[in-house]
Design a protein around this ligand. Structure first.
Ligand SMILES: N[C@@H](CCC(=O)N[C@@H](CS)C(=O)NCC(=O)O)C(=O)O
Length: 259
């Protein structure tokens, strides 16, 4: 359904924490794209169970005079928003191998790192994760649902493969990912002016990969169930924190910054 009028947009983020980043990298990925396209939106609380695919983020589009439309999956949401000119198609101008590089960075974080870091959150820091993720479910029900979520996550990680590594192996693989991302960012910071944003592919404007990288860096900086990754980013991959800081100052000045 295409429309020339602008729809009202509500982004469902899973938590009732206005002006704060949430722990989901995929939510912040969408917020990054909306903000850097100067597209206004409001935040809704709705959690995974209310979303069309049982996940956050999901997004409601409401065109004047039409029924609300729900979109889900961050990549598919952005594809639809681009097709309808609601956000800029930032990858339209990529040349040669850049499209593949952009896709590779996104896949590395969304389809590999996400599972490796899932172990840190759902296994190593289970109680912190449970109480935050299941905040809307009162005790004692939260204990039961938490155990089901734990079991589901352990099975999912085992099936995907990330759950078959030792803690040390997982950590080394996580470090490899952040090291690769840092190399890209270091190259591009050299070209940026003092305090200016710099972008994953080194261009003048952000691309889709930036939404993902920003989402994942911030998610780890604000997530109390990811203390090792937070230490790793702050200690060994300072460039990632600097990258996020500059984006935060430019595009998220109304949000609380991580400590
Ligand atoms: N491919 C999805 C992934 C979204 C996702 O995994 N969201 C997580 C939070 S980070 C979620 O809702 N998990 C709840 C669940 O799996 O039950 C996207 O890009 O939107």
């Amino acid at each position: 359904m295409a429309s020339k009028s602008s729809p009202a947009i509500t982004l469902y983020r899973g938590w009732n924490t206005p002006n704060q980043y949430v722990w989901s990298p995929f939510v912040t990925k969408i917020e990054f794209r909306l903000r850097t396209s100067r597209t206004s939106y409001t935040c809704g609380v709705g959690g995974p169970r209310s979303g069309p695919r049982g996940k956050i983020p999901y997004l409601e589009l409401k065109y004047p005079g039409s029924a609300p439309e729900l979109l889900s999956d961050s990549t598919l949401i952005l594809k639809t928003l681009c097709e309808r000119d609601i956000v800029k198609d930032v990858n339209a101008g990529l040349e040669g191998g850049e499209t593949g590089q952009d896709l590779a960075v996104r896949a590395l974080l969304e389809d590999k790192l996400y599972f490796l870091q899932g172990r840190e959150r759902w296994v190593q820091n289970y109680y912190t994760m449970r109480d935050h993720a299941l905040w809307s479910i009162p005790y004692p029900m939260r204990v039961l649902i938490g155990l089901l979520a734990y079991r589901a996550n352990v099975n999912r990680l085992y099936g995907q493969g990330a759950g078959r590594f030792s803690d040390a192996e997982t950590r080394a693989l996580i470090e490899d990912v952040w090291s690769g991302v840092s190399r890209l960012l270091e190259d591009s910071r050299r070209k940026a002016g003092d305090g200016e944003c710099f972008w994953v592919l080194g261009g003048q404007e952000p691309t889709e990969a930036d939404a993902t990288v920003f989402g994942f860096v911030v998610s780890n900086l604000v997530c109390d169930a990811a203390p090792d990754t937070r230490r790793l980013l702050k200690g060994d991959f300072e460039i990632c924190v600097e990258y996020a800081k500059r984006v935060h100052r430019a595009w998220f000045p109304d949000y609380e910054m991580w400590s």
